[in-house]
Design a protein around this ligand. Structure first.
Ligand SMILES: *Cc1c(COP(=O)(O)O)cnc(C)c1O
Length: 394
């Protein structure tokens, strides 16, 4: 096989997997790799979780798709379950994270236009990532994602992450309708805001009649130790987007609304042919129930344990300047570009990601065991140590 017929939007690593089980992936030669990135934060229950695979297979044999011209009981059940968990009131289902954010951005615009705001504008953050469609890349705070795609969509104003003063300073701007923010920035380098940040944003939004819109596409579905990250902060957003871990590998996203945003969308204002079909919703419902029944409660402790183990294993490696962690979102900050760690880790049987140039990003499956965490720490620390030694010699 060859990549000749693919549009080369990705610089792919020279490996292909044929089977997955839990935290493990197996390649064509039968070699096994620990997946410490979970298909980019997707397979939170591990690869091929038996309950998820069973639901998917059963539903595929019964009914896959009908379209949103008709009622879909599985979609109603999934919406209800997500609302019970999150405190939100209604859900719209999409097929990806970017599409969930598209829905959020359209809600903000409609909300503003109904209030006769001249040019509805959303406050977005430096270092953010919201997707690759035109609206979501315009919202994204990364010039590499935007480069070459001018003209970008208007209606966004950017401020530094974790800076409530910068947002309060926009209070006089009559065009602001919403704040869009990730509770933990993922692609941006596992950036965790100060305690109280979301509460301060909630307060500002209430004060100015803005929508608080949280992008939990990466931080949701148990990843940070709460089902959604904001649930640890005693706030409820007006708009909430999620995807990645929601389907554990089945492509599905959701945009949930509450409060001021509950009745913005009505018939004819938004849609998706596939979004929320029986196959995706039945599968996601099993994912959500498995996460809440058996998994989410253990995530905070696992994350703490992993951070402590890395801190101790890497204590004498000065290249490592900080370890940031919330639940099982971990960022190991190095003092220099370290993209090559991805290859050396893979050669050692470990799949990781490097983001923002110098941050090793780990998003292991939430079902990772104690022994597997030990293997992860041993193996990654050895790889980082080898990298550090080579830098000294060079
Ligand atoms: C991955 C991600 C997206 C985009 O999701 P896609 O499914 O790739 O479209 C948006 N926001 C955040 C925070 C993400 O991590």
């Amino acid at each position: 096989m060859s990549q000749q017929f693919l549009i080369p939007t990705y610089a792919r690593q020279p490996v292909a997997f044929v089977r997955g089980e839990g935290v493990w992936l197996f390649d064509e030669n039968g070699d096994k790799y620990m997946d410490a990135i979970s298909g980019i934060g997707v397979c939170n229950l591990g690869h091929c979780h038996p309950a998820v695979s069973r639901t998917l297979a059963e539903q595929a044999g019964q009914l896959m798709h009908t379209s949103n011209l008709y009622r879909i009981p599985a979609q109603e059940a999934l919406a209800q379950r997500l609302c019970e968990i999150s405190g939100m009131q209604r859900a719209f289902f999409s097929n990806s994270g970017a599409e969930a954010n598209e829905a959020a951005i359209k809600i903000a615009r409609l909300y503003g236009n109904r209030k006769s705001i001249a040019k509805p504008t959303v406050i977005v953050m430096e270092g953010s990532f919201h997707g690759r469609t035109m609206a979501t890349l315009s919202a994204t705070g990364n010039s590499k994602v935007q480069e070459g795609f001018a003209p970008l969509l208007e209606g966004f104003v950017r401020v530094p992450f974790n800076d409530t003063d910068a947002i309060a300073a926009l209070a006089d701007n009559q065009n602001i309708v919403a704040v869009l923010v990730e509770p933990v920035q993922g692609e941006g380098g596992i950036n965790i805001p100060d305690t109280g940040y979301l509460q301060a944003l909630r307060q500002l939004c209430d004060q100015h009649d803005w929508l608080l819109m949280l992008d939990e596409i990466q931080s949701g579905n148990g990843r940070t130790g709460h089902y959604f990250a904001y649930m640890g902060d005693n706030v409820v957003p007006d708009v909430l987007t999620t995807a990645k871990g929601l389907g554990n590998g089945f492509p599905i996203g959701a945009c949930l609304v509450a409060g001021k945003a509950e009745d913005v969308f009505g018939p004819g204002t938004h849609g998706s042919t596939y979004g929320g079909n029986p196959l995706g919703c039945a599968t996601a419902l099993t994912v959500v129930n498995t996460l809440t029944d058996d998994v989410v409660d253990g995530v905070a402790a696992k994350g703490e344990q992993l951070k402590a183990a890395f801190l101790s294993a890497l204590a004498d490696v000065p290249l490592v300047t900080e370890i940031r962690q919330k639940g099982l979102m971990l960022g190991i900050q190095l003092d220099r570009p370290c993209g090559e760690l991805v290859n050396s880790a893979r050669e050692a049987g470990l799949l990781i990601n490097v983001t923002a140039g110098s941050v090793v990003r780990l998003l292991p499956p939430l079902v990772i065991s104690e022994a597997e965490m030990h293997t992860l720490v041993e193996s990654l620390s050895a790889v980082i140590r080898t990298f550090a030694n080579a830098q000294e010699v060079a």
